[in-house]
Design a protein around this ligand. Sequence first.
Ligand code: GDP
Length: 296
Amino acid sequence: MIFEGLADKLQGALGKLKSKGKLTEKDVKDAMREVKLALLEADVNFKVVKDFVKKVQERCVGQEVMESLTPAQHVIKIVNEELTSLMGDVQSKVMISSKPPTVIMMVGLQGAGKTTTSGKLGGYFKKQGKRPLLVACDVYRPAAIKQLQVVGEKLDIPVFNMGDKESPVNIAKAGLSHAIKNNNDLVIIDTAGRLHVDEVLMDELKSIKSEVKPHEILLVVDSMTGQDAVNVAESFNEALGVDGVVLTKLDGDTRGGAALSIRAVTQKPIKFIGMGEKLDDLEPFYPDRMASRILG
Ligand code: GDP
């Protein structure tokens, strides 16, 4: 479960305050030191932790909290609010164009879960009454096209492909025309990934972006890679510009450092989370619900 250790430690540190009644500044400082350690152990970005703790501490030693009858409750409320704000405050939705088809371009490193998530996203929107088309632009990874076809078959969603001999830019353009002809109101483009962020990959993604002008570029990152995921998000955002992040494999991530850092570091919201290998294991991301998971 995500935030396993963090939840225990934060609840422990804040629980101690509850038993104290009135709080002194030192009580708050001691608790914040524990909060800081817990966040660092959860692999949250160092600067994010520093800023977070500073903000919470400033709010907590204010008159309103210190003089209240239930100061510990106030502190917990403030931590909850700041955790929620760290993750973007409110749910960020995918932009659906008023002029269909809406085009979503999926990007990310190999193995992050791009192909699986393309399918999951198609399934998610199909349930909402959309008519998605999946477009197979990963011509480098052996079996990526087949994988997308299998996913499409399971979900009963059409998959457009031109094999692996055509250029990804041409496939993306042809996929878009195909969607318009066939009345698909949502196009999800599965692009190629690589093991590392590199210029060739970015150049290809930039060409697809400039040719098909997607409404959304969604970056898929693996939450289990912690701060690496945050670095990858920063690189993609700087080179390409992304509109949102899908954080996958949260079902296997016990720490949660990426979930807590990505928004603060990149200013881009997490829009969906992957919670398993099955095609319906995709959920919209709600910052307030995540914060509540941490604080119980
Ligand atoms: P791609 O190379 O980025 O297209 O990655 P794939 O879509 O092929 O996914 C790589 C592996 O991660 C596959 O075994 C997926 O089943 C798995 N995977 C993707 N998303 C999730 C998730 O949210 N949770 C879990 N546990 N596994 C996932």
